[in-house]
Design a protein around this ligand. Structure first.
Ligand code: IMP
Ligand code: MG
Length: 179
């Protein structure tokens, strides 16, 4: 796997420090509130499990699986829910956890769907924000890192379902994509 890596952008230690900082902020912001953290699978899996261990208050968690209609590389903004949140979210404070916000289309649509269920609030947390490619304005409340428009892998984030198990975030060598 390492032979495919061109450059490590974020080390495991840098990620851990940031996740701790985000967890502490979320703990302060949601003090006394009924918090439901919802991870969007599969990409947010690692970020989610590290993040919630840095949230030091009672909270609940769930996951959603969504898929965007259209081709694989560009999302269309129409989202199909493959796995939904198991319980109702009425009057709960929902925090959506994503790996990357790129065009913003997926999250904008998802937020619209959840807003119709009358939660107390819906906020967004992403490990990586790529603002250069934003097509839809979405307010992202918690951002780990802002990165330029480069395709990244690792720490849950995949290329063709591989490289999710890397403990850091990296860019692959161009020849990997050409295979
Ligand atoms: P969007 O914001 O609707 O364009 O969708 C963002 C989703 O696209 C992320 O959750 C990832 O699943 C995927 N994605 C965007 N950029 C990358 C990348 O650099 N590497 C791997 N997946 C990516
Ligand atoms: Mg994703």
């Amino acid at each position: 796997m390492e032979k495919d890596i061109k450059q490590i952008l974020l080390s495991a230690e840098q990620i851990a420090d940031k996740v701790k900082e985000l967890g502490e902020k979320i703990t302060r912001d949601y003090a006394g509130k009924q918090l439901l953290v919802v991870g969007i699978l599969k990409g947010s899996n690692m970020f989610m499990s590290d993040l919630i261990r840095q949230i030091n208050m009672p909270m609940q968690m769930d996951f959603m699986i969504v898929s965007s209609y259209g081709n694989a590389t560009e999302s269309t903004g129409v989202v199909k829910i493959i796995k939904d949140i198991e319980e109702g979210i009425k009057d709960k404070h929902v925090l959506i956890v994503e790996d990357i916000i790129d065009s913003g289309l997926t999250l904008k649509y998802l937020k619209q769907i959840l807003d119709t269920r009358n939660p107390a609030s819906v906020k967004l947390c992403t490990l990586v924000d790529k603002p250069a490619r934003r097509k839809e304005k979405v307010a992202v409340d918690y951002v780990g890192f802002e990165l330029p428009d480069e395709f990244i892998v690792g720490y849950g984030i995949d290329y063709a379902e591989y490289y999710r198990n890397l403990p850091y975030i990296a860019v692959l060598k161009p020849e990997v994509y050409e295979k």
